[in-house]
Design a binder for this molecule. Structure first.
Ligand SMILES: [Zn+2]
Length: 462
């Protein structure tokens, strides 16, 4: 039995781990590298294994950094079976299609730019929409949380609710080879308990080998409730001034979570009944529709809400604006509106148009509810720039800027430790999906296990 790490090794993106047992090769996740240009270029590199030799791909969840290289894998010869939950399959399709569209657009843009400079360059997308359709053919059995699946003789996989995004899972592999057995558990990305919509993460069973994420391995989490109150206060203050609220939003999970709180705020009379909410992102709208199709993933609170005839994704004053013309019409709304649009870091998408119209207005406000990486437009605004460049023009920042840190889909250090504690005394724990400092800090807290922080493509015998 062997395990090798072909992504998210000493970094947070590109998750891709390969397990070999009893003549079968099982991949857990096949994600995209995201971030700096160098990292993005790494996506085109050799996988470090032969895609045609993979028998099964188990997908923990539908975030791009976990599913984003699947179409490329298929393009390079993978014909195995992809197994994930029903919700993850639908979300992954949306995420991969969106990604293919962006790759194609980027290649066209670079070729056009080269032609304008009189150069003949041939930029190809990392993968195409057609590759994505082809990859979808490989999705086979659907996993259900807590129900073991037999992959091959001596190999069983159980998806365990990870409470991170809709459909997300940790995965337990029970392996048998030459009379020896091993229990290997992959955390996937772990969520936080006590969040709306999703159930809390389910603790893992005892295991011999643990592969776990360490995104927030060195940090505690901010409390959620004060963040929700901060959100309500910022919206109410803006509405009183007669301005609009722009919320740059990630399409998956965060958008639905914020909708949930806006609905609750209106129901409880904390937010004014006349408040108009625009979800101005085709991808977030599609993701919301997928959420509505998967009540099996809801926690008791959300299930009760639906049973009582309420729908946090459909309430008075909420508008889904899919068409460009509808999106542009929002510019006519002078005040009293919450406008949620992507991308979350303002690097692309419709949110830049709304910033253009509202950043210069001191009555309006911009509320950041997610992570803003170095070098992004979101980060410049968060860091207090007096003016910013949007579409090549300079816009003054006069709107109120809020950064609310308590909305996160990732477990903090204490939750990660508690999760690891349930695995008992594993012989070895591999730390992945974290920056070096975060991994080292978390690793130093683990007792009764050997800690490894694998290098890219490093292989271990189990
Ligand atoms: Zn994730």
């Amino acid at each position: 039995m062997k395990i090798a790490f072909h992504g998210a090794a000493q970094g947070v993106t590109g998750s891709c781990h390969l397990l070999s047992c009893a003549g079968k090769r099982i991949l857990v996740d096949c994600g995209m590298y995201q971030g700096s240009r160098e990292l993005v270029e790494d996506n085109a590199n050799d996988f470090g294994f032969d895609p045609a030799g993979i028998d099964y791909l188990l997908l923990t969840h539908a975030h791009l950094d976990h599913c984003g290289r699947i179409p490329l894998l298929a393009n390079r010869g993978f014909r195995g079976e992809i197994i994930t939950t029903a919700a993850s399959r639908e979300l992954a399709r949306l995420v991969m299609m969106d990604s293919a569209g962006l790759q194609e657009e980027e290649a066209r843009y670079r070729n056009r730019r080269a032609r304008r400079r009189g150069k003949a360059e041939d930029h190809q997308p990392l993968y195409t929409t057609l590759d994505t359709f082809n990859a979808m053919e490989n999705f086979g059995r659907k996993a259900r949380h807590g129900e073991p699946l037999q992959l091959a003789p001596g190999i069983r996989a159980t998806f365990i609710d990870a409470g991170h995004i809709l459909g997300s899972a940790s995965i337990l592999l029970e392996l048998e080879e030459d009379g020896e057995t091993r229990r290997v558990v992959f955390s996937g990305d772990l969520g936080l308990g006590g969040r709306p919509i999703l159930r809390d993460p389910v603790m893992p069973p005892p295991a011999d080998v643990v592969v776990m994420e360490t995104t927030y391995g060195d940090r505690a989490h901010k409390e959620l409730q004060p963040s929700v109150e901060e959100l309500y206060d910022a919206i109410n203050a803006t509405v009183k001034r007669g301005g609009n609220v722009v919320i740059p939003t990630f399409a998956l999970e965060r958008a639905q979570e914020i909708l949930f709180y806006l609905h609750a705020g209106k129901e409880q009379g904390i937010l004014p009944g006349f408040l108009q909410v625009f979800l101005d992102s085709p991808m977030a709208i599609s993701a919301t529709e997928i959420f509505k199709r998967h009540p099996e993933c809801y926690d008791a609170e959300t299930a009760d809400l639906f049973r009582a005839g309420q729908d946090p994704f459909q309430f008075r004053g909420l508008h889904f604006t899919r068409e460009t013309a509808e999106s542009m019409a929002i510019n006519q709304v002078a005040g009293g509106a919450v406008i949620m649009a992507g991308s979350g870091m303002c690097t692309g998408g419709r949110v830049r148009h709304h910033l253009k119209h509202n950043l210069g207005r001191e009555h309006s406000s911009v509320i950041f509810v997610g992570y803003a990486a170095q070098g992004t437009l979101a980060r410049r605004i968060v860091d207090g720039a007096r003016s910013v460049d949007i579409f090549g023009e300079e816009y003054a920042v006069r709107a109120q800027i809020h950064t609310i840190g308590g909305f996160s889909a990732h477990a903090g250090q204490a939750e990660l430790l508690a999760w690891h504690g349930h695995t008992g005394n594993p012989a070895v724990t591999f730390l992945v999906h974290g920056e070096r400092d975060s991994m080292a800090a978390f690793g130093s807290l683990l007792r009764n296990t050997r800690v490894e922080m694998p290098q890219l493509h490093q292989e271990f015998s189990l």
